[in-house]
Design a binder for this molecule. Structure first.
Ligand code: NAD
Ligand code: TYD
Length: 352
């Protein structure tokens, strides 16, 4: 038996592969286009594992997909592949439409062709799990209840609109063609291998490099934060026990304002790697121009996955964020490798 994981060299995909190989004796075929966000360093520790294979390619490449499915006869596909950064989607939505919408469509079509070749028994085992985001539900006011699976989709950014479109395609391929799909909508992840364009790793690295910590607007935007390994375990749980055609929200029950998150990072860095001048990293906090269309609050109601499938996050924000900061301090080589020319170009573009 084997599973194919797309977007496997990215932040969550790589954590999923590492966690899967630790807990299962089943082959994983990692597929990734290796965009700026894909990094084989993340998977270096398993490159000689006999249960692991890597294929470079695009989820929109039907020929490659057909070949991979024929060769490996997977019993499941877990689709992480996406353009994932809101700010980049504002500067240039094209890649988001191409991968998140057209790419998902081509992937669904190839999965459907493959699924139709399976025996009845293999068909009952087969699953297509689509990994999505809470951002498809739009934004909440301070007093609104958290997002449930039944909330209406109201995406506000090019990124969330493209993910919403992909979720709709997945739903339609189930209803129309009977593809056995599962969809997960998760809140903001944090943890090892997080590309430093996103708030938490960006601020850790900028703090250590003596640079400004850029807070958009008033810093009071709220996100629900989940440790990435908990997300990966949630996805594995849905893959194993989820009901076909259902959506499961995954979240950390952990809403925090951005400014509070950055204060926590500064406190941890003050403790673990104090500044040479004895001052706090908080002195580096700088308020910058807000993101256009910035969603004010996201919150996930994860009651369904907890009640129906028995999943709950294991890490608290305090334990998870401490592990994360320590990981970045311990993995300076990884950090140096991802801070390439292209990355500097992005920082200049977004923060100038
Ligand atoms: P990421 O940007 O770190 O990784 C995405 C990976 O997909 C990269 O390795 C990239 O090379 C690959 N990729 C991009 N286009 C591809 C294509 N056309 N074909 C094959 N591979 C391609 O993103 P992430 O944070 O790991 O997110 C993974 C998934 O989880 C995404 O679908 C995202 O929408 C979703 N998600 C992310 C978060 C979060 O907080 N990061 C939260 C909820 C859901
Ligand atoms: P981000 O990590 O980009 O995730 P998302 O936009 O998908 O939630 O951003 C998390 C929050 O942090 C979001 O409200 C935007 C804010 N933010 C900043 O204030 N400064 C920054 O430099 C970045 C990248 C994000």
């Amino acid at each position: 038996m084997s599973i194919i994981v797309t977007g496997a060299a990215g932040f969550i995909g790589s954590n999923f592969v590492l966690n899967w190989l630790n807990n299962n004796n089943e082959k994983v075929i990692a597929l990734d286009k290796l965009t700026y966000a894909g990094n084989l360093e993340n998977l270096k520790s398993v490159e000689n594992n006999p249960n692991y294979a890597f294929a470079q390619g695009d989820i929109g490449d039907s020929t490659l997909l057909a070949k991979l499915f024929q060769e490996h006869q997977p019993r499941a596909i877990v689709n992480f592949a996406a353009e994932s950064h809101v700010d980049r989607s504002i500067h240039g939505p094209d890649d988001f439409m191409q991968t998140n919408i057209i790419g998902t469509y081509r992937l669904l079509e190839e999965v459907r062709s493959f699924f139709n070749t399976l025996s009845d028994d293999a068909k009952t085992q087969f699953r297509f799990l689509h990994v999505s985001t809470d951002e498809v539900y739009g934004t909440l006011s301070a007093s609104d209840p958290a997002f449930k699976e039944t909330n209406q989709y109201e995406p506000n950014s090019p990124y969330s609109a493209s993910k919403a479109a992909s979720d709709h395609l997945v739903r339609a391929w189930h209803h129309t063609y009977g593809l056995p799909v599962l969809t997960t909508n998760c809140s903001n992840n944090y943890g090892p291998y997080h590309f430093p364009e996103k708030l938490i790793p960006l601020c850790i690295l900028k703090a250590l490099q003596g640079q400004d910590l850029p807070i958009y607007g008033d810093g009071q935007q709220i996100r629900d934060w989940l440790y990435v390994v908990d997300h990966c375990k949630g996805i594995a749980t849905v893959l194993e026990k989820g009901a076909i055609g259902e959506t499961y929200n995954i979240g950390g029950w952990n809403e925090k304002a951005n400014l509070d998150v950055v204060h926590t990072l500064c406190d941890l860095l003050d403790e673990l790697q104090p500044r040479e001048d004895g001052k706090s990293y908080k002195d580096q906090i700088t308020f910058v121009k807000d993101r256009p269309g910035h969603d004010r609050r996201y919150a996930i109601d994860a009651t369904k996955i907890s009640n129906e499938l028995g999943w709950k996050p294991e890490e608290t924000f305090e334990t998870g964020i401490r592990k994360t900061v320590q990981w970045y301090l311990d993995n300076q080589d990884w950090v140096a490798n991802v801070q390439s020319g292209e990355y500097q170009h992005w920082l200049n573009k977004n923060y100038s």
